[in-house]
Design a protein around this ligand. Structure first.
Ligand SMILES: [Zn+2]
Length: 456
């Protein structure tokens, strides 16, 4: 199986260059001007950008949460990912209380195996930290899981003591932790206060989760990480105040990686103005959508290179599932779809509108996640010997994002009606042509990716 991608503009994290690219079997076999390979099938890519397959380091497929299960399982979620140009996800396998870490990981293998259309790895969310969990860690590493998730809020939150113990336990193994930073106690009190003011609809959600809750938790996490002397990842950073805490720590020499998501770069709490409850519920995610000032601060940080990766936190629910929170914003399942929109919305805003070099997109959507999660250079780059994961992108296409054309199982997109430039046309996964003309032509080819430790 040989495919020659001819005449396109290859985009690496460093530059854009006109060159041909040959896929042979599952790998990139050659890159150069005017390649010739008579037996290869030829794809004309004149006028197209050729990106390495994009990596989404933060998804929740088939996750039980809020007495329901996310709308997307590994079949629908990874198909939507491929259609959006994402060829690899790193999903959060989650240990439920009462399970061992290995049981949690086993469960996620069962959910994904044979169903995934893009390649996948797992982080492991630790919900019960004890001697057994600590003893399991080396086996978890041998199974290719090197990154972990801890929550400072929600039912599976860890205490500061547990957080520090996990950081210390992972240190000799070379593991890294991504942390959901929000002050749980602050949110509990604020939720009661907001409800006491008679606010029960979705607009109460951002009011009950102030930016101070994020900034305080980021600050506490970074203090614990300094004590443990390990790098950490702040996942889905949403606020200017949180960003400022990170800046200060970095100025003192602390190693901290920052992830944000397209929703925090494109949507604000103004979405709740004039929205009915049903529409408002679609925008409930945690941390919540914030103000225009926060959004502007995150864009500035992105432009300055202070954001390491942009993931989706894809966690989708249908309107019917979201209706569990009718009249009580604290009962709305939190999360929104994103895997299909991430690449096109970031391309549109950053490259087409703001004039950023396309290579910057490759850095935060592919190369940095690959290194951070131990997949480089198999994934995240265009190099001879790397997996044949490619996205052929038409930079001149103009159109509108429509919910009825989306492929996630939630049935809507938070970017409904957005007019954008650029779209994913062809996608190759390990040399297989899986998306053609924007349509999925091969499903279920995704494979599990055992990962090495953080390469940053
Ligand atoms: Zn998440």
């Amino acid at each position: 199986m040989k495919t020659l991608i001819r005449g396109g503009t290859l985009v690496t994290e460093y530059e854009s260059l006109r060159a041909d690219l040959l896929l042979e079997g599952e790998k990139i076999a050659a890159i150069g001007p005017e390649l010739s390979c008579p037996e290869a099938r030829v794809i004309e890519a004149e006028g197209k950008l050729v990106f390495p397959g994009f990596i989404d380091g933060h998804t929740h497929m088939d996750l039980p949460v809020c007495a329901t299960v996310t709308a997307d399982d590994f079949a629908s979620g990874t198909a939507a990912a491929l259609l959006g140009g994402t060829t690899t996800i790193v999903d959060f396998a989650t240990q439920e209380k009462g399970e061992t870490l290995e049981q949690g990981l086993d469960n996620w293998h069962r959910k994904a195996e044979g169903k995934a259309s893009c390649d996948y790895g797992f982080h492991l969310a630790i919900s019960q930290w004890d001697r057994q969990a600590e003893a399991d860690l080396p086996r978890i590493f041998r199974r290719g899981v090197t990154s972990f998730k801890l929550y400072m809020t929600y039912a599976n939150q860890v205490t500061d003591r547990e957080l520090l113990e996990v950081l210390l336990a992972l240190k000799p193994l070379g593991g890294i932790v991504g942390v959901h930073c929000e002050n749980s106690g602050m949110i509990d009190v604020m939720q009661r206060q907001v409800k006491a003011r008679g606010i029960t609809g979705p607009e109460g959600h951002p009011l009950s989760r102030p930016d101070e809750a994020e900034a305080e938790a980021v600050n506490r996490l970074l203090a614990l990480a300094r004590v443990a002397d390990v790098p950490v990842i702040v996942v889905h950073l949403s606020s200017k105040k949180g960003l400022e805490v990170i800046r200060q720590a970095r100025e003192q020499g602390q190693q901290v990686y920052v992830e944000t998501c397209p929703q925090y770069l494109h949507l604000t709490d103004r979405v709740f103005e004039g929205a009915d409850e049903k529409e408002g519920r679609r925008y409930i995610c945690s941390p919540p959508l914030r103000t225009g000032e926060d959004l502007a601060a995150l864009w500035e940080a992105l432009d300055e290179g202070e954001i390491d990766l942009i993931s989706t936190d894809h966690c989708s629910f249908t309107d019917a599932q979201k209706a569990a929170g009718q009249g009580d914003f604290t009962a709305i399942p939190g999360g929104m779809p994103g895997v299909e929109d991430r690449v096109r919305i970031m391309y549109h805003s950053w490259v087409a509108e703001d004039g950023a070099e396309p290579s910057r997109l490759v850095r935060v959507l592919a190369a940095q996640p690959a290194r951070l999660f131990g997949l480089y250079p198999r994934k995240g780059c265009l190099q001879v010997g790397s997996d044949g994961d490619l996205v052929l992108f038409d930079p001149n296409w103009e159109g509108t994002i429509r919910s009825d054309q989306c492929h996630n199982a939630a049935g809507y997109t938070p970017y409904e009606g957005w007019k954008i430039r650029g779209r994913v046309e062809e996608v190759f996964l390990r040399g297989h042509h899986v998306v053609s003309g924007g349509r999925l032509i091969a499903a279920g080819l995704g494979q599990y990716l055992p990962r090495s430790s953080c390469q940053l």
